[in-house]
Design a protein around this ligand. Structure first.
Ligand code: NI
Ligand code: MN
Length: 224
């Protein structure tokens, strides 16, 4: 399985012929190096309704006929724009042609740019090609993250930007609870309030936990 960091909280997961995106915010991200037109997913998973996560979802879904997987409120709203989706909710799991998706709690908020309610914000566990990926979404540190670690996690994507989500110190505590084999910091550097030293965070993860950490530049990938 190949995991490509697309910048901010956006990732692409690929295994065999399957391609799945999570939170594809690209054209609005000055640090992104991947054009939305370069992607051809069958499914787009959304953690919540904020614009820096929904991003280019509608354009990608229209072009690729991709199915959006997210909170029922997010999926119902995007359906008004002609996007096909599978509405889920926190705690629920479902099987897809590429693998299994389960949504987890996240402590944050969730609304569309016009203020429309976006349901509860969530993290997501994706099992694909024998690899378990946990994308924490936008969240504060909270102790129930330890429950996610009941299943061995191969890669955890954790926000480190602070201001809108947990910062590096709390993300380190999250890593201690999640105990993943690999950690990829996300949700930093995109806007001035969330500038962080991701390399310093990665060094601390490797020095203070059993996890390996990868401060990926946008466009960089991990083979798992
Ligand atoms: Ni958010
Ligand atoms: Mn965000």
């Amino acid at each position: 399985m190949k995991l490509t960091f697309l910048g901010h909280a956006a990732v692409r997961l690929q295994h065999d012929a399957h391609e799945v995106l999570i939170d594809p915010f690209l054209s609005g991200n000055p640090n992104a190096v991947t054009a939305p037109e370069a992607l051809s997913p069958s499914h787009v998973i959304l953690t919540h309704a904020h614009a820096d996560h929904v991003g280019d979802t509608v354009a990608i879904a229209e072009r690729c006929r991709a199915i959006v997987v997210g909170a029922v409120e997010v999926v119902n709203r995007l359906a008004q724009e002609g996007v096909e989706g599978v509405g889920m909710n926190v705690g629920g799991a479902a099987e897809f042609p590429f693998g299994r998706v389960q949504f987890t709690p996240a402590w944050h908020s969730s609304s569309f740019a016009d203020g429309t309610y976006g349901g509860t914000p969530m993290g997501v566990i994706v099992e694909m090609g024998g690899v378990t990926v946990f994308h924490a979404g936008d969240t504060a540190l909270f102790s129930d993250l330890a429950l996610v670690a009941r299943r061995p996690i191969d890669v955890a994507l954790v926000p480190i930007g602070d201001h809108f989500t947990m910062g590096p110190e709390d993300a380190l505590a999250a890593v201690r609870m999640l105990m993943p084999r690999h950690v990829v910091p996300v949700h930093y550097d995109t806007f001035p309030p969330i500038r962080q030293d991701a390399r310093a965070f990665a060094q601390r993860v490797e020095a203070e936990t059993e996890s390996r950490a990868h401060a990926l530049a946008p466009g960089e990938a991990l083979d798992l």
